[in-house]
Design a protein. Structure first.
Length: 252
């Protein structure tokens, strides 16, 4: 399990919004928003979602396997076009659905999945392969080598793998939140107690939480290296920590 620690500072004007961390407003409680005044950074953050609009399944047998395995697929949601057959044979139908609904084929994303009931795990499994270039006319239901090797390690129970394609199109998904830019970073270097103490929440806005985190620096037994670790943590996280602007982010 990896661990990354970040010292972030909220800003209204990030240098590169695409590289900045974006938090949703509801990730902060009233104390952080109103007492520490993080609310002054709240703005509309532009974002894009890729909801699945078209699902292609090989045949009725594959569809039955998917449903029998309890696959909660996008095809069970409203407004999704379900097609059966070979991808190359359904190009026209996909194009008609795109034109009728105003879905942009240039920016779409296609995910090919194979679903099966594992003999080892006894539950439905799925592997996916994302294709940025949809090129339906060139797609077949043939398993890629990487997925085939996974099946060899974890074979199916009875029915053969059921393949499907999910085609998603970009849609605006703007939200209210804030931007924060990285000014400090540390990879791992914390004791096992840290993982227990800081697992409940991912980000912290009080300097006392950062002081508490410093107590869990992993000791190496080498005084010089331990001092270097303490100095690094101080420089990256404690120095310049401003309540109401700074965020101590714990990422696993």
């Amino acid at each position: 399990m990896g661990l990354d620690l970040y010292h972030l500072k909220a800003t209204l004007h990030p240098e590169d919004p695409g590289e900045a961390t974006a938090f949703r407003e509801d990730e902060f409680d009233d104390f952080a928003l109103d007492v520490l005044d993080f609310r002054r950074f709240i703005q509309v953050i532009p974002d894009t979602d890729y909801p699945t609009r078209i699902v292609i399944v090989k045949d009725e047998e594959s569809l039955s396997v998917l449903r029998a395995n309890g696959w909660e697929s996008a095809m069970d949601k409203g407004g999704v076009v379900l097609l059966l057959g070979e991808p190359a044979d359904l190009v026209r139908e996909v194009e008609r659905a795109e034109a009728a609904n105003g879905w942009d084929p240039v920016e779409c994303m296609t995910v090919m999945s194979f679903h099966w009931r594992s003999t080892r795990a006894g539950i439905g499994r799925a592997l996916s392969m994302v294709r940025n270039d949809r090129a339906l006319a060139k797609l077949t239901w043939e398993m890629p080598d990487g997925i085939r090797k996974e099946f060899e390690r974890d074979p199916w129970e009875s029915n053969p793998p059921a393949p499907s394609l999910a085609i998603s199109y970009p849609a605006p998904a703007d939200f209210r939140g804030l931007y924060a830019e990285e000014i400090g970073y540390q990879r791992k270097g914390m004791s096992s107690e840290f993982y227990k103490e800081f697992r409940a929440t991912s980000h912290h806005v009080l300097r006392s939480d950062v002081v508490r985190a410093a107590r869990y620096l992993d000791a190496t037994g080498d005084p010089a290296e331990d001092r270097q670790r303490r100095d690094h943590f101080h420089d990256q996280f404690l120095a310049g920590f401003e309540e109401g602007t700074s965020i101590f982010e714990v990422s696993y």
